[in-house]
Design a protein around this ligand. Structure first.
Ligand code: GDG
Length: 716
């Protein structure tokens, strides 16, 4: 049976002198997977245990009773990794609250070391090809750490918080490491398509990696990204609602709150949950409506009490509650029942069933399970759900009374409407939402994620491997016959830079040039650049040069450049240049380069998304303008280039191969303009694509550095 290792910050247990299982939503979601997989769970034991003997005992018991593997964190780690980096730095930022976010270099060191400890624990127990599922923001570095050590594992990551927009995520000092950590996964899941969109845009802007709607291409593999809205174990709630304890509680609560309307809120005491503003709305409602027959129950579970912001929040809430109760209580009723404790599961279910209205008004929330739990417990379809539009759940539950939690007046009105809503209307809204939650439950959520993870193909996991070429094999091939090497320059031999002026050969490349010269091979350096650039940079080397994508050629011993096709029609150039200049005006950061045989619009320096969109528009306009002319439009890496159709790298390669009677050629390139070479390459030739993307080339390497390495090894 295949293994599935589930990894979350905390194990679902409470460790004191004894060990008790704590039943969270994640536990029930995983229940459905236990039948199909050899299921293990790795996580922090949650308790400060220093004594090595006690640690061994706990480990043994957790293994035997549950199949769980605990990690033990020191008090310092808890402070720096958990309270510090995870909850004081990442949590606020993921929830759009950069002003709450704190940073400390030490915290990141602890975050790295705890993530490494998790990696170590997983690596020790994972068998070849196992699936691992990493949960949440505490472990963002783990996917890459695992991939580096164990590329055989299939790695999934699910983020339980929102993924904020680029403008917010970019604030984090460790943004690059965090993103690179996540991209070690084969599949990354989010609650909503908005979070997925933010993630893709952030990855593109910070790491410069382009993506499709469901995949992101990294240098080593394709990462699938998807939307998996988490749900609740509805059957557990239904079973609980048949228990004696539940009925006893419900009866008791009905007696206590007889003649009153009950409005319920349930949450961890967290500044994202919008409690102070909800209290403001309640106060306004009470004053405006004059109603004194409504009770507001707040179940506010203590959370992260060592973080300053949470202590302050508690004080603020308690102050507001006592003000409202002081001003608006009557002898018969104090409107707010603020309970800073957790309740048992049967009490919780009874409260959900009792409540006429649930107010779930977070300022932002990845999903929010409370909203869904309330629906399941409203078997008679009698209640009303007031739901913040900023909870992920709002996307699935459009029949709720959706409110903006920053708009106090709207929330107060929504409360008034909810308490006056006719039964038929309540039923009409409640029924479809409840149906959805009963059907799409926590098990289905877990299954759909794991199903997608298991169907990630080997081609996606290592697309480069399929086409990889070893230095030895290359050396053996090149030992036979007469060879010509056709090597593109920008993006192939050297990394693309923001400013093309800077891209002269650097020391890493010079070292390769020396090897190439010594080899005595015929080497052609190809570029879209002008003759001037080429002569200036490579004039002193013993290479043949091809400039402007094949328009000009200079033999290594010649002093002059020659034009390949003497009679190429270039009439169209001025018209095209005018259009490109217009685009440069309208797209800050972009510019036009005029060459003899082509015109190029460079948009590398423009905003990534805006630049790509303008490029797309430009290509469409050019296609119309140039439809009857002998020109080609190349949309390459951050450039749109218009050149004559009669000349391209492929034409030149073929011409020189015949002229010089090469038995074979090796050609390498990184973008669309190089595909013409790959297409004409024959059986005995070697064509190498540098970087990701579709290609006609036979082989692939991941980067210019990898190509330099391959060539150097083979020439040494
Ligand atoms: C994070 C994301 C995302 C609460 N009080 C009691 C109690 N609870 C249970 C609820 C519910 C859970 O706690 C809270 O879950 P939420 O989803 O509402 O919020 P977070 O804790 O912030 O969870 C969130 C979630 O992860 C899952 O991905 O939805 O957006 O922030 O299940 O029932 N349970 C009991 N007594 C209580 O007093 N027994």
């Amino acid at each position: 049976m295949q293994s599935l290792i589930n990894i979350s910050n905390r194990l679902p247990v409470v460790v004191t002198d004894t060990i008790t299982a704590s039943a969270g939503g994640l536990v029930s979601a995983m229940d459905g997977l236990r039948a199909d997989y050899d299921f293990q769970w790795v996580g922090w034991a949650g308790a400060p245990v220093e004594d090595p003997e006690r640690r061994t005992e706990i480990t043994r018991e957790l293994q035997e009773r549950f199949g769980y593997t605990p990690l033990f964190l020191s008090e310092q780690d808890v402070e720096d990794f958990y309270t510090g980096f995870s909850n004081s730095s990442l949590w606020p930022l993921m929830h759009y609250l950069p002003s709450y976010a704190r940073y400390d270099r030490r915290w990141f060191d602890a975050y790295k070391s705890v993530n490494r400890a998790f990696a170590q624990s997983v690596v020790e127990r994972a068998q070849h090809g196992d699936m691992v599922w990493v949960h949440d923001y505490h472990l963002m570095l783990l996917p890459a750490l695992l991939r580096a050590q164990r590329p055989d594992l299939k790695i999934g990551f699910f983020l339980h918080t929102p993924f904020p927009s680029y403008e917010i995520f970019r604030c984090h000092p460790n943004r690059i490491e965090l993103l690179e950590g996540l991209l070690g996964a084969d599949l990354i899941g989010f609650h909503t398509s908005d979070y997925l969109r933010h993630f893709r845009s952030t990855v593109q802007r910070i790491l410069g990696l382009a993506s499709e709607i469901n995949t992101i291409a990294t240098e080593t593999h394709l990462v699938s990204v998807g939307v998996y809205p988490i749900s609740i174990p509805a059957d557990k709630f239904e079973t609980e609602m048949q228990s004696q304890a539940y009925h006893d509680h419900l009866r008791e609560y009905r007696r206590i709150y007889q003649g009153k309307k009950v409005v319920l809120g349930v949450e961890r005491l967290d500044y994202t949950k919008g409690v102070p503003r909800r209290l403001d709305a309640i106060e306004r409602f009470l004053i405006e409506s004059g109603r004194r027959d409504v009770v507001f129950i707040f179940i506010s579970v203590p959370s992260r009490e060592s973080v300053d912001a949470y202590q302050k929040l508690r004080r603020d809430i308690e102050r507001k509650v006592s003000k409202i109760n002081g001003e608006l209580a009557t002898i018969e009723n104090a409107p707010i029942h603020f309970i800073h404790q957790s309740v048992t599961f049967s009490q919780l279910c009874a409260l959900y069933s009792l409540a006429d209205v649930a107010m779930v008004t977070p300022l932002i929330d990845g999903m929010n399970l409370v909203a869904k739990e309330y629906l399941v417990c409203q078997k008679d379809h009698n209640g009303v759900l007031i739901l913040s539009e900023f909870a992920g759940a709002a996307q699935e539950l459009p029949q709720a009374t959706v409110v903006n939690p920053y708009n106090i007046e709207q929330m107060a009105n929504a409360l008034n409407d909810a308490l006056n809503m006719p039964p038929a209307e309540r039923n009409r809204r409640m029924a479809p939402m409840r149906r959805r939650i009963l059907r799409y439950n926590a098990r289905l959520w877990a299954h759909s994620f794991i199903q997608d993870l298991s169907s990630v193909t080997e081609d996606m996991r290592s697309p480069n491997k399929v086409l990889s070429l070893s230095a030895d094999a290359l050396k053996r091939s090149m030992a036979e016959g007469r060879w010509g090497l056709f090597l593109d320059y920008d993006g192939t031999l050297t990394e693309l830079r923001n400013n093309p002026e800077e891209a002269g050969p650097d020391p890493a490349l010079e070292a390769l040039f020396i090897l190439l010269e010594k080899s005595g091979l015929d080497v052609y350096l190809i570029s879209g650049r002008t003759r001037d650039d080429m002569s200036r940079w490579f004039g002193n080397h013993g290479f043949h040069l091809i400039a402007e994508h094949g328009f000009y050629y200079k033999h290594r011993n010649a002093r002059e450049w020659i034009q390949f096709e003497a009679h190429v029609d270039l009439e169209w150039k001025n018209r095209v240049a005018d259009m490109l200049f217009h685009y440069a005006d309208m797209t800050p950061g972009s510019f036009v380069e005029e060459k003899n045989a082509s015109v190029v619009w460079h948009y590398r320096g423009a905003d990534v998304e805006f630049g790509a969109w303008k490029a797309h528009q430009l290509v469409i306009e050019l296609q119309e303008l140039l439809s009857n002319l002998p020109v080609e439009i190349h949309h390459g890496s951050k450039i749109v280039e218009i050149s004559s159709i009669l000349i391209n790298n492929g034409v030149i390669l073929q011409h020189l191969k015949t002229l010089n009677r090469y038995d074979s050629v090796l050609c390498a390139g990184d973008d669309e303009t190089d595909e013409s070479m790959f297409r004409v390459a024959g059986e005995r030739d070697i064509s190498i694509k540098v970087g990701p993307g579709d290609t006609a080339a036979k082989y692939r390497v991941t980067s210019p550095a990898a190509l330099r390495d391959l060539l150097s090894q083979c020439l040494r």
